[in-house]
Design a binder for this molecule. Structure first.
Ligand code: ATP
Length: 355
């Protein structure tokens, strides 16, 4: 439904977007994710019409949007700052875009009531924005953006002003709302947890380019490059070199750990001598004072270098010394059993295994 085709944008000497291409399907919850300054907002503003690419095209339903001013595009934007009119009631705020389009009074009343039901605030029509909580204000801003039934709703970090608990509640509401109204969402965030929780698909951006586009679970399990592996979730990235590859198995040497056999990744063809990085998620590691390795596991002795008690889990930084030079590996243990958090302590000798 939405096609971004080779879009580039430069501000002075700075290349904010470099040949970005991606496609969003109708009905999708699609997220642009990346660190501050990677170009997400510039891309969103280009879709909305607040900024114009230097080259490339942006098509909605096969037609270029570039010649249309923002108000003529079937697109609405929700900002982090809500941007509600403080002197207008909730109902008048929501009705504003309908009045601007010349919709009749009875129709306005019906549509405002409908959209207030959609965002679960039917009893707030007569209130003023200052009488609402942050989460409620953001829901009204979303209602105002939805009332004209846009083809596309653009959301620029809409939850980042909310505290952690309210943000989680609003995330669940956003997922349900998007399902109910069926409008395509393009969402911008730098918060990888939020992106994983909300999205059907995510485009991970880095320095004005798209690093990978995939479903959340694929981004997590099969990152295509070092940047994505590091940006999505926690992970150990261990540098090494490829020693041999024979179809299913690739043998690598990791500095400090020696030679390891890993399953070949068909998406990433390696050659002997290539630099590589082994991605090891902390929750894949088994860790104990003494642990019997399974037949398909590697096994290293180490010592607990540091630990962080986080309530549900404890993060352990394990120092492994095999070829003389120490490697730090992060592992996780769930604190599900009583007393489990005290099982290991800094300085303890431990063994770690992974498949
Ligand atoms: P954030 O999460 O911090 O909002 P972002 O990924 O959305 O970051 P953009 O706002 O798209 O990043 O900005 C990308 C880069 O382009 C930044 O370095 C920014 O300073 C620069 N930039 C954006 N707009 C302009 C402008 N109008 N003039 C000059 N530089 C700009």
């Amino acid at each position: 439904m939405l096609e971004i085709v080779n879009v580039s944008r430069r501000f002075g000497d700075f290349q904010a977007l470099n040949e970005v291409s991606l496609q969003v399907q109708a009905g999708e919850f699609f997220t642009l994710l990346g660190p501050s300054g990677c170009g997400k907002t510039t891309l969103l503003r280009s879709i909305a019409g607040f900024d114009t690419p230097d080259s490339g095209d942006i098509l909605l339903d096969g037609k270029s949007l570039l010649a249309l001013p923002p108000e003529k595009r079937p697109v609405h934007t929700v900002f982090q700052s809500y941007a509600l009119f403080p002197h207008m009631t909730v109902a008048d705020n929501i009705a504003f875009p309908l009045r601007m389009s010349g919709v009749g009074k009875a129709e306005i009343e019906r549509r405002v009531a409908d959209v207030l039901e959609d965002v679960r605030l039917p009893d707030k029509a007569k209130h003023f924005p200052e009488e609402l909580s942050g989460g409620q204000r953001q829901r009204i801003a979303i209602a105002r953006a939805l009332v004209n039934r846009p083809r596309l709703l653009l959301l620029d970090e809409p939850l980042s002003a909310l505290d952690a608990k309210l943000r989680e509640q609003m995330q669940i509401e956003l997922i349900n709302l998007q399902k109910e109204v069926g409008i395509t969402f393009v969402y911008v965030t730098h918060d990888q947890g939020e992106a994983l929780a909300l999205s059907h698909r995510i485009a991970v951006m880095n320095k004005g380019e798209v690093s990978q586009i995939d479903e959340p679970s694929l981004l997590y399990s099969s990152p295509k490059n070092r940047f994505v592996a590091d940006f999505i979730g926690q992970c150990n990235l261990l540098d090494g070199k490829v020693v041999s590859c024979d179809g299913a198995t690739t043998r690598i040497t990791i500095d400090g750990l020696g030679e390891l056999a890993v399953q070949s990744n068909p998406n990433i063809p390696f050659n002997v001598g290539d630099d590589c990085a082994l991605t090891l998620r902390p929750e894949k590691i088994r860790l104990a004072k003494s642990v019997a390795p399974e037949s398909d596991e590697v096994h290293f002795p180490g010592t607990v270098h540091d630990m962080l008690y986080l309530g549900d889990v404890t993060v352990y930084i394990i120092e492994v010394k095999r070829d003389g030079h120490p490697v730090l590996i992060e592992a996780l243990l769930a604190n599900s059993a009583p007393g489990r958090a005290r099982l290991l302590d800094t300085g303890d000798a431990v063994e770690i295994c992974w498949p």
